[in-house]
Design a protein around this ligand. Structure first.
Ligand code: CMP
Length: 137
């Protein structure tokens, strides 16, 4: 058993895709362990995306992720990080294959509907940023 961090980004919430994203993860067999609706603060966004601080898209990324409500979640299951990334598709929705979340619902690389941790280590770090231990059910 492993777990991963997933977040429906502000574009996904605005477009009413929260239920669709959760449905796909649950249909695959992952178990929802924690979830909430929040407005990501600039401070939290900076911690979350610290590894991208020097990237040219950093400013746009922080502006976008703080622009409206988002839905962070924790999913648990076998190979959770890899399975979640497979369900989401490529980071750039223009390259994501149909059948994946970004392949079916996205077109822009910044507004790409959903975030998922890229490794078990990132998952634990991101879960710790967004959730208190007692919020994992
Ligand atoms: P995410 O999985 O949340 O991790 C970092 C985010 O940066 C990524 O999804 C994209 O939404 C965003 N981003 C914007 N531009 C780029 C880019 N050129 N390459 C990678 N990620 C980008």
């Amino acid at each position: 058993m492993s777990r991963t961090f997933v977040m429906v980004k502000p574009d996904g919430v605005r477009r009413g895709l929260v239920g669709e994203v959760i449905r796909r993860f649950e249909a695959k067999g992952l178990t929802l362990k924690a979830m909430k609706l929040i407005r990501v603060s600039p401070e939290l966004a900076a911690q979350h995306y610290a590894e991208h601080r020097e990237k040219p898209f950093y400013g746009e990324l922080i502006q976008f992720i703080t622009s409206g409500p988002a839905v962070p979640m924790v999913f648990e299951g076998r190979e959770a990080v890899t399975v979640a990334r497979t369900l989401m598709g490529a980071t750039d929705p223009a390259k994501a294959v149909p059948g994946t979340i970004r392949g079916d619902f996205g077109l822009e690389i910044t507004e790409n509907v959903v975030h998922g941790s890229d490794s078990p280590e990132s998952a634990e770090r991101e879960i710790g940023l967004y959730f208190q231990p007692e919020e994992l059910v």
